[in-house]
Ligand binder design. Sequence first.
Ligand code: DGY
Length: 330
Amino acid sequence: MARPRVFVTRRIPQVGLARICEACDAEVWPGELPPPPEALREKARDCEGLLTLLTDRVDAALLDAAPRLKVVSNFAVGYNNIDVAEATRRGICIGNTPDVLTEATADMALALLLAAARRIVESADHARAGLWKTWQPLGFIGQDLCGKTVGVVGMGRIGFSFARRCRRAWEMRVLYHDVRPNPRAEAELDASLVSFDELLAESDFVSLHADLNPGTRHMFDAAAFRKMKRTAVFVNTARGGLVVQQDLVQALREGWIFAAGLDVTDPEPPAADEPLLRLANCVVAPHIASATVSSRNGMAEIAADNLLTGVAGKPLRAWVNPEVAPRRRL
Ligand code: DGY
């Protein structure tokens, strides 16, 4: 029997890739950079399955070019790169990779919070540049963490794990804002659900863990940054599109907030002259929150499972659009 044809848009950890290559007639894009949209459309033409990254746009034009496509397995928990409604309308299953990256991403949010609050990158750059002349009583004064208030925007799996660290390690008061309450966060972390404005006004640290969708895009704009404390630290490990980037630049430049720690920007990568990359009170990492051995291996395993079950017409392990089941392409 012919093996299903699939296209994998980048090399992923072997633990997942080997299973895909064994079970399928698979082609793997060899480049370091994503396939350009026209190349992706061409590669997808005869495929039953696609394994995509968050840098691949899966839109109506791509889906039109792939009439045999049964499944798109996204190597990420976020899937804002995919037009899920269009895929569902065509009977195509979408998979993602939740859970395995939760702790690593929460760790990264915490690392960025610490780095920005305690000016670690700025002061390390100073030492590296040979500028460390003496111990300075007034040098690199940052923000305390113990007993402060943290505001979590999006109390899902990652937001919860981040808040748990803040609560248990630094005894912080936890506020959160979400479209739905999180009873576990309230019971275990004594977290309080508050309005967006209340969270901004009350929090010493604001960490963003929301999905990017039309309702959340640009939720952090000048008005939001203006409502934050001048001593506040802003952390984003979710998606750059949640923030109006030029407004964040202004907030950091003009001291509306103290500092920011970012793992994501809009666009990615940022332009070479992006001011955020030069501001002393901003730490920018290149979207590495899930970059640990166990997270990336776990993501590869789930993405392989989703792809293989998707082409076989079985339920996906992590299924973004299970409602497609009754009319999925077989
Ligand atoms: C995701 O999974 O959505 C992250 O942004 C990358 O791991």
